[in-house]
Design a protein around this ligand. Structure first.
Ligand SMILES: Nc1ncnc2c1ncn2[C@@H]1O[C@H](COP(=O)(O)OP(=O)(O)OP(=O)(O)O)[C@@H](O)[C@H]1O
Ligand SMILES: [Mg+2]
Length: 394
């Protein structure tokens, strides 16, 4: 992994998009020394722009002698030819402009290749057994994307490392809800299934507001080329890297959603106060029961819970035989937050909707580990082993 020496947090944040997840930031040479002593697989040290040139060159010279396989990249706001010359004299591997993120990423990648040529493959640092949280409803427009985006942000605000995956592969709108334009989407992992690992998947993630996002394909027709096995593989890789993987889903029990349920630890089921939705949520619950999926880790969220439409929340609980764990009122602020790209838990954390969603995040944060499905790690997907479709045929 890279380590960045940068005492200025605004510079550290500005540089983060150029650096892989898991990059460690340290403030000075002594912290760098302590970190490198502790870690075995750091392949590049980046010396940030707010460390003065003489100090940065001195650190570079020391690293050359103490960690010869480690790349040293000097980041400067104004890299003159004198800077290049001095950097080469102390054995730095590259000098990059601090505001040129592509140049920095390229320098990091080169350092990684050099390190791997000398020392073998870099481990991807994946050791977490993160929790997969699936936000689902068999009905469209009930708030799945709103809830998954805000939930992901709420978990991230609790200090967790969160990846939000848009599993609405045909018409995903996570990116637009956050008003980000993803450079890459899950479609680019098609055909990479066999050799997909985190270093490849990491390049497809979009960083935004502390979240990592795996965006849905830009064009709906890409969905047909995505296999359910790829989804399983993606989820298994991501859960090793993140504390939480939050899934936004399409409004149907398609094969992707069903396979995702195989990896799901906690399921947030969304209902609203209308009979067709409640009926369909009931069918969804029965389907989950029949398949033995997430039996004791389901959370019922009632959206637009204050709508006066002649169906009381208590009736919904009775019909679904589930207690409502979270109720969200209808609020203009939710819709306008969607339209201005600033989700309500971020833009208005004191709003009742935000408080309810932050409460849900706290509940999920404290929930135990899953019992319904065994996590097989990020090894090759074995479709025959736990095929949800074989269970469906029973
Ligand atoms: N509690 C609420 N109050 C007001 N507006 C809401 C509320 N919940 C969701 N909305 C709005 O309803 C619309 C649909 O929500 P959202 O996109 O989250 O639903 P969805 O279930 O993901 O839809 P789809 O099935 O099409 O993906 C959005 O404009 C959103 O802002
Ligand atoms: Mg949606």
């Amino acid at each position: 992994m890279p380590v960045l020496v940068e005492p200025d947090s605004s510079w550290a944040s500005a540089l983060a998009p150029a650096l892989p997840l898991g990059t460690q930031v340290v403030a000075d040479a002594s912290q760098l020394d302590a970190w490198l002593t502790e870690q075995g697989n750091e392949y590049v040290a980046l010396l940030g722009p707010s460390t003065d040139l003489d100090t940065a060159l001195a650190i570079g010279a020391t690293l050359r002698a103490t960690h010869p396989a480690l790349g040293v990249v000097l980041l400067r706001t104004d890299p003159t030819s004198d800077v290049f010359q001095s950097a080469m004299q102390v054995g730095a591997s590259a000098v990059a402009r601090a505001d040129d993120l592509d140049q920095i990423t390229a320098a990091v990648d080169r350092s990684r290749s050099t390190w791997e040529a000398i020392r073998g493959p870099v481990g991807d640092g994946g050791s977490r057994d993160g929790k997969v949280i699936t936000v689902f409803s068999p009905k469209g427009g009930v708030g799945k994307t709103t809830v998954s985006v805000n939930l992901a942000l709420a978990l991230s605000n609790r200090g967790a490392k969160v990846c939000l995956v848009d599993l609405d592969l045909g018409f995903g709108d996570v990116a637009i809800t956050l008003q980000v334009i993803p450079d890459h989407t899950i479609a680019e992992a098609i055909d990479a299934e066999e050799h997909l690992d985190f270093s490849l998947l990491d390049t497809l993630l979009t960083r935004h507001d502390g979240l990592s996002i795996l965006a849905a394909p830009t064009h709906p027709d890409a969905k047909e080329r995505i296999s359910p096995a790829l989804i399983l593989r993606v989820l298994r890789i991501l859960r090793e890297q993140f504390d939480y993987v939050v899934l936004d889903t399409s409004p149907s029990f398609d094969e992707y959603v069903l396979h995702a349920f195989e990896e799901t630890d906690e399921c947030v089921l969304i209902a609203t106060l209308d009979v067709p939705t409640v009926k369909n949520v009931k069918v969804a619950i029965e389907t989950l029961d029949n398949l033995g999926l997430v039996p004791s880790h389901r959370h019922l969220l009632l959206n637009r819970a204050d709508d006066e439409v002649g169906l009381a929340p208590s009736v919904v609980e009775g019909l679904l035989k589930m207690k409502i764990s979270t109720s969200l009122p209808t609020a203009l602020a939710v819709a306008s937050a969607t339209n201005n790209g600033r989700p309500i838990v971020v833009g208005n954390p004191d709003h009742p909707v935000s408080k309810a969603l932050l409460g849900l995040a706290a509940e999920l944060h404290g929930a135990g580990s899953r019992t319904s499905a065994q996590h097989n790690g990020a090894g090759p997907v074995e479709p025959a082993k736990r095929s949800v479709f074989s269970r469906l045929r029973k």
